[in-house]
Design a protein around this ligand. Structure first.
Ligand code: CTP
Length: 215
């Protein structure tokens, strides 16, 4: 299969030296990309600014902002059979990023934020027979919020994780997830390494692709 993965945070410039971002380290998405490459798939990885090195054997497209990530995904999606959106896309961006460094007095009270597009919603018209997998990082009502996103975003599956749970969340190499699919009971996976979550997810994608016409 050809698998397109997004990973990492996005960075939204405030001015020449400052940005808005989040705590994503790219570990989960890079683990999915690595697992997919190791299983023999052709992998394109759209990667936000992260410190970890991307896995070997994948084609990496580096991006910084949510809008750049959207453009990169739009360009890559037509060639893909599956999209795994593990990126933590910033939900807002400064309305008017300054080309120079703003002085502190100019920041407080004047920083106006606008919503970033929902990338999965923007890509949905291009979905066709492709498998779309989302991630949901939650701190409360994990399964309820993930089920809502699964339906709202028209996904084939969503990987829900409680980022506040021991062994899960940012900057650790393990994760505790539940996988939700439309019309099926949530499948809770035990604590495992992010790489093993990636491996199990890739084998699930293979199973779904075998059932789905046109992939
Ligand atoms: N996502 C996206 N575009 C965004 C935000 C999120 O495509 N602007 C994707 C993420 O990559 C993930 C899924 O949507 O696969 C769920 O992300 P999450 O941040 O949990 O959802 P939000 O839509 O931001 O919902 P909320 O802010 O209500 O939690």
């Amino acid at each position: 299969m050809k698998i397109l993965v997004s990973a990492g945070p996005t960075r939204e410039p405030i001015d020449a030296v400052r940005f808005l971002s989040n705590r994503s380290t790219g570990r989960m998405g890079c683990a999915v990309a690595r697992a997919a490459a190791e299983a023999g798939h052709e992998v394109a990885l759209v990667l936000g600014p992260v410190e970890i090195g991307p896995p070997a054997g994948v084609r990496v497209v580096r991006v910084e902002t949510a809008l750049q990530m959207l453009e990169a995904l739009r360009a890559e999606l037509p060639a893909a059979d599956a999209l795994v959106m593990a990126a933590a896309v910033a939900d807002v961006r400064p309305a008017e990023p300054a080309a120079r460094k703003l002085h502190k007095g100019e920041l407080a009270g004047t920083l106006r934020l606008v919503r970033n597009p929902d990338l999965l919603a923007e890509l949905r018209p291009l979905k066709g027979g492709r498998i779309f997998c989302g991630f949901a990082a939650e701190t409360d009502d994990v399964l309820g919020s993930a089920a809502d996103k699964l339906a709202r975003k028209g996904l084939d599956l969503i990987v829900a994780n409680d980022v506040a749970a021991p062994g899960a969340g940012f900057a650790v190499d393990t994760n505790v997830v539940a996988v939700l699919r439309p019309g099926a009971a949530p499948e809770r996976w035990p604590l495992m390494s992010k790489l093993d979550v990636g491996r199990r997810l890739v084998s699930l994608l293979e199973t779904l692709a075998a059932r789905q016409p046109g992939t």
